[in-house]
Write a protein that binds this ligand. Sequence first.
Ligand code: NDP
Length: 395
Amino acid sequence: MAKILCVLYPDPVNGYPPKYARDDIPTLEHYPDGTTLPSPAAIDFTPGELLGCVSGALGLRQYLATAGHALVVTSDKEGANSTFEKELVDADVVISQPFWPAYLTEERIAKAPNLKLAVTAGIGSDHVDLNAAIARGITVAEVTWCNSVSVSEHAVMQILALVRNFVPSHEWAVKGGWNIADCVERSYDLEGMNVGVLAAGRIGLAVLRRLAPFDVHLHYSDKRRLPAETEQELGLTFHPDARSLATSVDVLSIHSPLVPETYQLFNDELLGQMKRGSYIVNTARGAIMDRDAVVRALESGQLAGYAGDVWYPQPPPADHPWREMPYNAMTPHTSGTSLSAQARYAAGTREILEAYFGGTPIREEYLIVHGGHLAGTGAVSYSLGGTASPGSSGQ
Ligand code: NDP
């Protein structure tokens, strides 16, 4: 029998289950590159249900109980007296989501001698100290592709929300106004603008593909260049580094992982070199930004708008300056946890657990750390640097 400790976001304030807006979600055949969707032996939920909160339990309760395992589900994750920290001491498996990350620091890993598997129900395992996981031989796995398109849709939505000045205009309508001039004094067309994507991986490329029909000039930067035919098809201008990209565009959408090279990359200096009135959308990780430099750039008018769904730490305190900074269209970390995405990552988490308990290999593309080194997707997309991953300390 194993003990699985699952850290999920709290239930809706109006109770669980919610009243669903729709009765079904589309069935996808495969991911955009042809990769197959998660394929566990079975699932015990209806796709479209709210699975990412405590009562949803990723649809794992019945499966784990039948297999004789102990499942602890909690949202209480911060501090030495949290349920997470107390239950961690004899847990074999930890499951967490980037939206409500259970930071698995080196200290916490040291307190969990039985821990063998850390699953990210989503994408982005920077809340796990990967160096410490490697040192301890812990496997880290995530559900690659599960919410990449979900995030790309959110990024495109937020680009349009900023450029068109959607949020303030909506607020005028709600509060009974018809203040056209107030709504449009900061409203532009996206058409014709230079739009850049930092990191054209699964999400970044999906953003580029979705933006192409808007008749914009598309730019990108990445460690590796996209195939020439993709650049040609989408009319892409390649930039060798983030600085070249950021200083060439009107709108920047960030899709690189949080690694030592991207930690606080956007500071006063880089933001100050961008074109006055630039917009930034960041659905990658909050700590890629210098928090207070973003606020200063919005207040000075250097940035015309900032949006995204990633913060640090998560959840952010009530007085986090990004909640009230001017010209922001922030959301909580929701882009990758639509009900559609949840069905995929709940099934992917189950597939990982079935492989782990069944003694069969976890899909290569789901692996981040395995056998004492970066593996699978981790070996391609992650880097370790000399220190612990920044996200693992709650940043
Ligand atoms: P991918 O691995 O498909 O793409 C990441 C891309 O970033 C790769 O092309 C990689 O290049 C490139 N890259 C790596 N390091 C750097 C760097 N230092 N500078 C520039 N480019 C770099 O990941 P996804 O597109 O699926 O996800 C990207 C990130 O988005 C995740 O790491 C996660 O942090 C975030 N995310 C956010 C979600 C949300 O809900 N908001 C949900 C899912 C993910 P190469 O392959 O050559 O190494």
